[in-house]
Ligand binder design. Structure first.
Ligand code: CMP
Length: 139
């Protein structure tokens, strides 16, 4: 059964360009409640751990460098059907394929610097949320 939480982070390009507030506004207006939020910066090593599932992909080293290049804003979000609804809100990984009105269509620069992350399953939402937030911070 679907849980009601997902994990997201606003990525370095979008934070650097001053889109944090606009993106959070879209998230809240879409009905998501923010359970946990902070601004932080990953080391290349931690970025590599977060994206370890992609370690054999050709873009892995670039992704580690990009994701540690500046501050990010990770969040745990709550809403019914959170994972699927959030992926609809952010749009396709490649902004060239993202639907009009999605966060990536509006703010992503490229397939790598694509403004925002969204968990792809309930299980990963839980794992990724725990990567950034201790359980005690979520209550
Ligand atoms: P995200 O949804 O956070 O998951 C993996 C990330 O890898 C993706 O967003 C992009 O930031 C990055 N990436 C870079 N190149 C590619 C690619 N060719 N295909 C998929 N993801 C890529």
């Amino acid at each position: 059964m679907a849980t009601n939480q997902t994990f997201t982070m606003i990525k370095p390009d979008a934070v650097q360009d001053g889109h944090t507030g606009a993106i959070i506004k879209m998230i809240e207006e879409a009905g998501f409640r923010i359970v946990a939020i902070k601004k932080t910066q990953l080391t290349a090593e931690r970025a590599g751990q977060f994206y370890a599932v992609h370690r054999d992909r050709p873009f892995y080293n670039d992704l580690r460098a990009y994701m540690s290049s500046g501050p990010i804003v990770p969040m745990i979000l709550e809403k019914e059907n959170a994972v699927a609804d959030f992926r609809k809100l952010i749009g396709a990984t490649n902004p060239a394929q993202a639907e009009e009105g999605t966060i990536r269509k509006l703010y992503a620069k490229s397939i790598e610097a694509n403004a925002i992350h969204g968990s792809d399953s309930d299980e990963n939402a839980q794992i990724e949320g725990s990567f950034f937030f201790a359980a005690t911070e979520q209550f």
